[in-house]
Design a protein around this ligand. Sequence first.
Ligand code: SF4
Length: 80
Amino acid sequence: MLENETYENCMDCPRHLVAPDPDPTDWFEDDDELVLCTFTKERRNITVACRPHHKRAECKTPSWCPLLLVNGINTTLQKD
Ligand code: SF4
């Protein structure tokens, strides 16, 4: 990854991580997933309890993306 790259969707960024996030009370959602940003040591959720086929729709790059800060596109750290 080049530090001067940015992504419109976290699913295209090599810094995203997908992990299981099942709902223990609902068998229908036992394959839910979460997506984390691993750019910083404090990993941050991009989406949680996400249906696997909804990941791309729920992972548009957030305003707090560290790459936007590094590249000067967003100069304030925002919390969504
Ligand atoms: S928030 Fe930014 S750095 Fe983190 S996974 Fe998404 S695009 Fe990559």
